[in-house]
Design a binder for this molecule. Structure first.
Ligand SMILES: [Zn+2]
Length: 77
């Protein structure tokens, strides 16, 4: 007799706090600060600067662009 495996059902849920990046921008490995104004147009926003510190990537809080260092430890390099 087979039992229904209803308790094993899993639902893939996206975290509501992780917006999909609108665009990915590669920057040099030694860059410490990036500035973003959304590129103007519909996504334009006031110029903001982000300090990487020890990060290898960060997202712009305004337009969602993702800045990624070229040598960020991915398999691509
Ligand atoms: Zn931006």
């Amino acid at each position: 007799m087979a039992l229904p495996f209803s308790m094993k059902a899993t639902v893939a849920m996206k975290p509501a706090t992780s917006p999909i990046p609108a665009e990915m921008i590669e920057i040099d490995d030694d860059t410490e600060t990036v500035g973003c104004d959304g590129g103007g147009g519909a996504l334009g926003h006031p110029m903001v600067y982000y300090n990487f510190g020890t990060l290898t990537q960060l997202d712009c809080g305004y337009c969602g662009r993702r800045f990624v260092k070229r040598g960020a430890g991915t398999a691509a390099h």
